[in-house]
Design a protein around this ligand. Structure first.
Ligand SMILES: C[S@@+](CC[C@H](N)C(=O)[O-])C[C@H]1O[C@@H](n2cnc3c(N)ncnc32)[C@H](O)[C@@H]1O
Length: 350
């Protein structure tokens, strides 16, 4: 059981042998199998100790809108910091990427960062957007729709399935030739994966790239606890709404009976693991039924369900992690105000 928790994109993993830490296929809303897998994820995660829920579930239409609102808050500085770095260094980034023909973005959110980046070139590009959230994909495609040199292809699926798809497509088009691909993994999304799972996901990213392929990754750095707490528990309560929405989603989509007013949002800085942890906490002893998976759970007063981890990095530690996954760091730009690192890395020759 411990091993299962360790490999999770807190909280995502249905199958502990899936080393990328994310098995969710529910993004394909049309598929009955997808809905089944989604329900099984919830069943499995809620029965772990401590109880967990896959962090991907945070992003239904309302969750994606709430996340966009979080990005506007003065206390959540990641988005502005990364956008600043992209705008300031995009010429340098493209100078490192001769022959670039396509950008694959994992979890594009509203697509504004990618737009900031691609506005720095006039080279024709195909942008493959991979996200479980239909709402995020629609928003991102709209954001990029009037950029004349960019053709958007959306993939509503998990990171690993999307990587496989775009890798297969590249191989069939170009064989072993130079890979003009850049994979963008922004917003410190990597921080939602625990160390073994992020190593495995980075390995999948490396494997999906051919010779000359590159990765542009944004990672939030360790900073004072007060700043971190405000970023994940803002005074306006937007982060709380974002977090509690996962229970609303289960109620709506899986016939759950979570009594939302009796839950509250909690964040914890875990210095030993260098991560922010996000929980929904039951304020009373209660039984919750989830009809679609025929599951009843008894929650004690004060019992927490772990809904997300956000790991924080050092610039050097991140470069080491990339090296371990088969990348050579080409350049790293630090935003000193927000303590955020944008790193460009190239897949080593294999
Ligand atoms: C924190 S938001 C980040 C958005 C954007 N990258 C940014 O920097 O603002 C994470 C996005 O990744 C998507 N996502 C999270 N886990 C995923 C997974 N395992 N597979 C596919 N998409 C995922 C979510 O739906 C969401 O749109």
């Amino acid at each position: 059981m411990r091993e299962m928790i360790r490999l999770r994109q807190v909280g995502s993993l249905r199958d502990p042998t899936n080393s990328a830490g994310s098995s969710v296929r529910f993004a394909d809303r049309a598929g009955g199998q997808a809905a089944h897998d989604c329900a099984e994820d919830v069943r499995c995660s809620l029965q772990l100790t401590p109880r967990q829920l896959p962090s991907q579930y945070l992003y239904d239409a309302l969750g994606s809108a709430l996340f966009d609102a979080i990005c506007e808050l003065p206390w959540y500085r990641i988005t502005r910091a990364e956008t600043r770095r992209l705008a300031a260094h995009r010429d340098e980034i493209f100078a490192h990427l001769p022959g670039l023909t396509r950008i694959v973005e994992l979890g594009p959110g509203d697509g504004r960062k990618l737009r900031t980046l691609v506005e720095g070139t006039s080279t024709p590009l195909t942008a493959h957007l991979i996200d479980l959230s239909a709402a995020a994909l629609a928003r991102a495609a709209h954001t990029l729709s009037d950029v004349p040199h960019v053709t958007v292809v959306s993939h509503q699926t998990s990171f690993e399935d999307g990587l496989q798809t775009v890798s297969d497509r590249r191989s069939s088009l170009s064989g072993e030739a130079h890979d003009g691909s850049l994979i963008a993994f922004l917003g410190s999304n990597i921080g939602n994966f625990d160390p073994p799972a992020s190593a495995a996901l980075l390995g999948r990213i490396t494997a999906s790239l051919g010779r000359g392929g590159s990765l542009l990754i944004g990672a939030d750095l360790v900073k004072p606890e007060r700043d971190l707490r405000l970023a994940y528990d803002d005074p306006l309560g937007v982060s709380a709404a974002f977090n509690l929405n996962v229970l609303l989603r289960i109620n709506t989509e899986l016939g759950g009976s979570f009594d939302l007013p009796s839950f509250r949002h909690r964040v914890v800085w875990n210095p030993r693991c260098s991560r922010m942890e996000m929980y929904v906490v039951s304020t009373k002893a209660q039984r919750v039924r989830i009809e679609a998976i025929d599951l009843d759970i008894d929650l004690g007063e004060g019992e927490a369900i772990w809904t997300e981890s956000s790991y924080k990095y050092t610039a050097e530690g991140l470069r080491q992690q990339l090296a371990g996954a088969g990348f050579d760091s080409v350049a790293q730009w630090i935003d000193p105000d927000a303590a955020f690192a944008l790193t460009l890395a190239r897949a080593r020759e294999r």
